[in-house]
Ligand binder design. Structure first.
Ligand SMILES: *Cc1c(COP(=O)(O)O)cnc(C)c1O
Length: 364
């Protein structure tokens, strides 16, 4: 297999130093290993701007979806009602979970290229006082749209709801003041903007809320409360922990801090994204999401013309060292390019020149 860089929203391109951490087999019962878990948990709180009096970080085996589902099954009880705001596939995945778990929920569906509006959400909260929880995706990776976290968090505080944010593809790449915004559960995973490898997700949870979740979960392996109780004692995971992934993640956090923290990483990602959008626009490849709503994470582009062949384009770009992503929309022909991970301005410029060559070649 030829090496290529991933321009995808995770798993993404990681540093060789992060990968090297996985060359050692570690013992889950060993104190040194358990202290890695504890260190990660406290560093995640710092990144979230949360302190350990008020918040805790719980790591959960599996991909990001497992962590989202662990919150849904552990934090929303049979007596609660969940309002799910959706404008993409990941919001819809929460709806899908709600059906599986048999939650009482309502969905506020917004079109994929639009952000939810305050007036509409306020009206829903006024109309239905039985709503206890609100769930929303921060960066909808389906399109790359950034949702208005401050507005929704403000409403949630005003109406006294429990707020669950899927910040899978934004945490670590966009500054989020979890405590300041009053987010109750924020979910992300190892293989997105922290730039680790896949294998676990994590939840930054408000202690006051989490403490009230004993016995709610309808799943043993996804019981967030139990996972927290076990892990909080001494850093021991309840069941086999993804030791290699945990070690790589610890290194990835160190590298995030060395880079200058989330603000520096955000500046790099934002720079990548600006160059990408503007250079592709010059070639007649337009983004699906308008610039004011665009996240610095991933961009959806419309096919430039009706004869555009994605499979051929994908191969052309892959052979030249970069892998991109297909689109995820049903109403428009699109493809996606992520700009997170160990990706720099030179990579984006290189990619744009590959795309320019391709476009030049197909126009004749
Ligand atoms: C990546 C991602 C997830 C989790 O996806 P997995 O494939 O389970 O890791 C959930 N929500 C969003 C917004 C994501 O970008």
């Amino acid at each position: 297999m030829n090496a290529y860089k991933l321009l995808t929203p995770g798993p993404l391109t990681t540093t060789s130093t992060v990968k090297e951490e996985m060359l050692l087999d570690r013992c889950t019962w060993d104190d040194e290993y358990k202290s890695i878990t504890q260190k990660i948990r406290s560093q995640l709180l710092k990144i979230a701007g949360a302190d350990s009096e008020e918040y805790t970080a719980v790591l959960m085996q599996g991909s990001g979806t497992f962590a989202v589902e662990s919150v849904m099954t552990s934090a929303v009880s049979k007596e609660d009602k969940l309002l799910i705001v959706t404008n993409g596939a990941y919001g819809e995945r929460i709806v899908h979970m709600a059906k599986y778990i048999d939650l009482d929920y309502s969905e506020h569906r917004v079109s994929y290229d639009k952000q939810p509006e305050e007036a509409a959400l306020r009206a829903l909260l006024e109309e239905d006082p039985t709503i206890t929880h609100i769930a929303m995706v921060h960066c909808e990776t389906t399109t790359g749209i950034l949702n208005p976290l401050e507005m929704v968090a403000g409403l949630s505080r005003e109406y006294g709801k429990t707020l669950i944010i899927d910040a899978m593809s934004s945490f670590g790449g966009i500054e989020i003041d979890v405590a300041g915004l009053g987010i109750d559960y924020l979910i992300s995973s190892a293989n997105k903007c922290i730039q680790g490898v896949p294998g676990f997700g994590f939840v930054i949870a408000k202690l006051e809320r989490l403490k009230a979740c004993q016995g709610i979960a309808r799943s043993l392996s996804l019981d967030l409360y139990d996972q927290w109780k076990g892990m909080d004692k001494d850093g021991k995971w309840r069941f086999t922990s993804p030791t290699h992934v945990v070690a790589a993640f610890a290194k990835a956090i160190d590298e995030l801090i060395e880079e200058g923290g989330v603000s520096a990483r955000n500046a790099r990602y934002s720079g990548n994204n600006r160059i990408l959008r503007s250079k592709l626009a010059e070639m007649g490849i337009e983004a699906y999401i308008s610039e004011d709503k665009q996240s610095p994470i991933i961009t959806t582009f419309l096919f430039p013309n009706s004869s555009f062949d994605f499979a051929e384009f994908y191969e052309y770009v892959k052979q030249r060292g970069y892998v991109i992503y297909p689109g995820k929309l049903t109403d428009a022909d699109t493809f996606r390019i992520g700009n997170i991970g160990e990706i720099y301005r030179q990579d984006i410029e290189q990619l744009c020149s590959i795309i320019s060559d391709y476009m030049g070649g197909t126009e004749q």
